[in-house]
Design a protein around this ligand. Structure first.
Ligand SMILES: [Zn+2]
Length: 278
C-alpha cells in the first residue's frame, strides 16, 4: 500500500516555505496543491509549519486528503474493503423536505437521528447514472444498479423510494439502506481533526462511543466477529459531526464479490480501500 497526502496551501505561504513543489490551482493560481507520499520529509515539515501557524491563530494548509493505492496482490488477497463515494451532490434530503426524527439522537454527537419520511431530492440536481451521495450522506442508486445488485443476490442492502419535492416517486432512483449487522471499528484505526491532530482533547469524540472523531486518518481495522458475512455492511462507529444538515456517518464496507461487481459494472467515482481484521 502506498499512502499519499494532498494539501491545499495558499500560494504565498507555499512559495515562502516550501519552494517549488506541487501545482497552482484554478484561474487565479492563488492556491497551491501539493501531493506527497506520506513518508516524504516535507509532510513532516508541513505538519510543523501548521503547528507554528496554529499558535498564531491560523493554519498553514486549508484542506487535505489522504489516498491509498494498493498492489493487485493486495487487492486480490483482501477480505473486506471500505467504499467511499466521491460523487457528492446537494441539496441533500433535509434541504428538500425529508424529515428526520431527532428524538432518539445522542445529545452529545447527534448520532441516531432517524429518517422518518422517504428521501426527497431535487431531480435536476442529481448527477447522471450509478451511485451518489448527498452532502448529508444519503446514498442513492440508479435502477440499473439496483437490478444488478438483485440479479447477483447482493446481501445486506435494501432500497427505498426517492421522491421529488412535490412527493412524486423518481422511477430511476432508489435510496440505499444497509440492513446487515453493524461492524465494530477497532484499534489501531485512528480518527482526528486532521492528519497532524488526533483530537487528543476529544472535541469531536462522543463520550458514549458513537462518533470516533471528525475524520478517519488511518486505514480501517474491524472486528471480524461483528461482521455477519453480508456483501454490504456499515461500521457501528461513526465519523463527522452533527452540523447544520450534516450527520455523523458510518464507513461502508463491501465484500470482494461486491467490489468485483462494482468494477465490472464500471461504476465511476468509487474509491475502495483495503480494510483489515483487527
Ligand atoms: Zn453520541
Amino acid at each position: 500500500m502506498r499512502e499519499f497526502i494532498e494539501f491545499r496551501i495558499s500560494e504565498s505561504d507555499a512559495s515562502e516555505h516550501l519552494g517549488e513543489v506541487g501545482w497552482r490551482m484554478g484561474d487565479d493560481g492563488l492556491v497551491r496543491c501539493v501531493r506527497l507520499p506520506m513518508e516524504d520529509e516535507r509532510v513532516r515539515l508541513i505538519g510543523e509549519l501548521n503547528s507554528e501557524f496554529h499558535r498564531a491563530g491560523g493554519s498553514f494548509f486549508r484542506g487535505w486528503d489522504i489516498t491509498r493505492h494498493y498492489t493487485p496482490e493486495e487487492i486480490q488477497s483482501a477480505e473486506i474493503f471500505e467504499l467511499s463515494l466521491r460523487s457528492v451532490f446537494e441539496p441533500c434530503g433535509e434541504m428538500c423536505g425529508t424529515k428526520y426524527d431527532e428524538s432518539s439522537a445522542c445529545p452529545h454527537c447527534g448520532a441516531g437521528a432517524r429518517q422518518s419520511t422517504d428521501l426527497r431530492l431535487e431531480p435536476e440536481t442529481i448527477p447522471r447514472r450509478n451511485m451518489h451521495r448527498t452532502i448529508a450522506g444519503e446514498i442513492i442508486m440508479s435502477s440499473r444498479l439496483v437490478q444488478a445488485f438483485q440479479a447477483h443476490g447482493i446481501t445486506g442492502a435494501s432500497f427505498l423510494a426517492v421522491r421529488d419535492t412535490s412527493g412524486r416517486v423518481l422511477e430511476n432512483w432508489h435510496q440505499l439502506v444497509v440492513t446487515s449487522a453493524p461492524v465494530d471499528i477497532v484499534p489501531p484505526t485512528q480518527a482526528g481533526n486532521g492528519p497532524f491532530d488526533l483530537d487528543t482533547n476529544g472535541e469531536y469524540r462522543c463520550p458514549q462511543g458513537h462518533v470516533l472523531g471528525l475524520n478517519r486518518i488511518s486505514e480501517l481495522w474491524l472486528k471480524k466477529d461483528s461482521h455477519d458475512g453480508s456483501d454490504l455492511a456499515r461500521t457501528r462507529q461513526l465519523f463527522g459531526a452533527r452540523m447544520g444538515v450534516l450527520h455523523p456517518h458510518p464507513e461502508y464496507l463491501i465484500s470482494p464479490r461486491l467490489f468485483r461487481l462494482l468494477r465490472e459494472l464500471k461504476v465511476g467515482r468509487l474509491i475502495a480501500e483495503v480494510a483489515h481484521w483487527g
